[in-house]
Design a protein. Structure first.
Ligand SMILES: N[C@@H](CCC(=O)N[C@@H](CS)C(=O)NCC(=O)O)C(=O)O
Length: 285
C-alpha cells in the first residue's frame, strides 16, 4: 500500500478537507457570531436538529409527555449545523462544545443548561422520575448501556457514516476499519437483545432511547443507506427491537421534530406544542 500523505511536523489548516461538513469544520472552539437564542413559553427550551443525537432528546420528551408529565412541555428550535447555527454566542453559552442537542431548563429562576445527549437523557429521567429504573441492579445495567452507546456511536457516525456516506471519495481503509467496528457493535447489541427485550432488561428506558436513533435507524435503513452493506437483516434481535420501538407513537412523534429533510409528513422545523406534531403527522398518506 502506498502512503500518499506525509504529515508535516506541525499540522496547520491550509486547505478544506472536502466533503459535506468541510465548511463548518475548524480546529478551534467558541462563538463565531453574536446571536441570542429565542426563548418560548414552555419550561424546557431545546435547540437541536433531528440527527440521531437530536432524536434521542425529542423522543425522550415525547415519552415523558405521553406519561402525563406536563412539566416536560418544550419549545424545540432548529439549529442548522450546515449553516453554522451551533457557533452563535447564544448556543455556545448553553453548549461550549457547539454540538446539538442542547437544552435549557427555564422552570426555575436561573435557567439550567444541559449539553451532551446522554447527560440530557439522564437529567430528564432523574428530574421527572421516569425511564430509568430505580433499583440499583437494573439502574446500573441501564447506565452501562447508556454509556456504551455514548462511547460507541461516534465510531458508527463519525467513523462509518462519515466515510461510507459523507466523505468526498470512497476510501477503502477507513471504510473497512469502521465497518468492522460497526458490525462488531451490532453483534454486541444482538447478543444482548437475544435474551432481553430491551437494553436495560425487561423495561424500556433511556438506554433504548439513546440507542434506537443510531443502531435502530441503521438497521431500518433510515440513515446512511447501509443496511444491505452491513447485512443488517442478519442481526435478527436488533431488527426485532428496532421494529418494535419504531412502532411507538412517541418515537414517531419525536423523530420528526427539528427535521428539515425527508417526506413532507416527517418535517417539523420547530415545535412549540403537541398540535405542531399532530399537524405534520396528519399529512402522512
Ligand atoms: N457527544 C455529543 C455529540 C453531539 C454531536 O455530534 N452533534 C452533531 C450532530 S449529530 C453536531 O452538532 N455537529 C455539528 C458540528 O460538529 O459542528 C452528544 O451526544 O450530544
Amino acid at each position: 500500500m502506498t502512503n500518499q500523505y506525509t504529515p508535516p511536523k506541525v499540522w496547520t489548516m491550509d486547505s478544506e478537507s472536502g466533503g459535506q461538513w468541510a465548511s463548518i469544520n475548524r480546529p478551534d472552539s467558541g462563538a463565531r457570531h453574536e446571536k441570542t437564542l429565542a426563548v418560548g413559553a414552555n419550561p424546557l427550551q431545546l435547540h437541536s436538529l433531528a440527527t440521531p443525537n437530536g432524536q434521542k432528546v425529542t423522543i425522550m420528551l415525547e415519552e415523558l409527555l405521553a406519561l402525563g408529565v406536563k412539566e416536560a412541555e418544550y419549545d424545540a428550535y432548529l439549529i442548522n449545523i450546515g449553516e453554522g447555527d451551533q457557533f452563535s454566542s447564544g448556543f455556545v453559552d448553553i453548549n461550549p462544545n457547539s454540538k446539538i442537542p442542547a437544552l435549557s431548563d427555564h422552570s426555575s429562576d436561573t435557567p439550567i443548561r444541559v449539553f451532551e445527549s446522554g447527560a440530557i437523557l439522564l437529567y430528564l429521567a432523574e428530574k421527572f422520575g421516569h425511564l430509568l429504573p430505580k433499583d440499583l441492579v437494573t439502574r446500573t445495567e441501564t447506565m452501562n448501556w447508556l454509556f456504551w452507546l455514548q462511547g460507541s456511536a461516534p465510531y458508527l457516525g463519525g467513523g462509518f457514516g462519515h466515510f461510507y456516506a459523507y466523505a468526498p471519495e470512497k476510501y477503502e481503509y477507513p471504510i473497512n476499519r469502521f465497518t468492522m467496528e460497526t458490525k462488531r457493535q451490532l453483534d454486541v447489541l444482538d447478543k444482548r437483545l437475544a435474551n432481553n427485550q430491551y437494553l436495560g432488561g425487561s423495561e424500556y428506558s433511556i438506554a433504548d432511547i439513546a440507542t434506537w436513533p443510531w443502531y435502530g435507524n441503521v438497521v431500518l435503513n433510515t440513515v446512511y443507506e447501509a443496511a444491505e452493506f452491513l447485512d443488517a437483516a442478519s442481526y435478527t434481535n436488533v431488527m426485532r427491537w428496532a421494529k418494535e420501538i419504531e412502532q411507538r407513537p412517541t418515537v414517531q412523534r419525536g423523530r420528526i421534530v427539528n427535521r428539515v429533510w425527508g417526506e413532507e409528513w416527517e418535517q417539523l422545523a420547530e415545535r412549540h406544542s403537541a398540535a405542531d406534531i399532530d399537524a405534520v403527522l396528519s399529512k402522512k398518506p
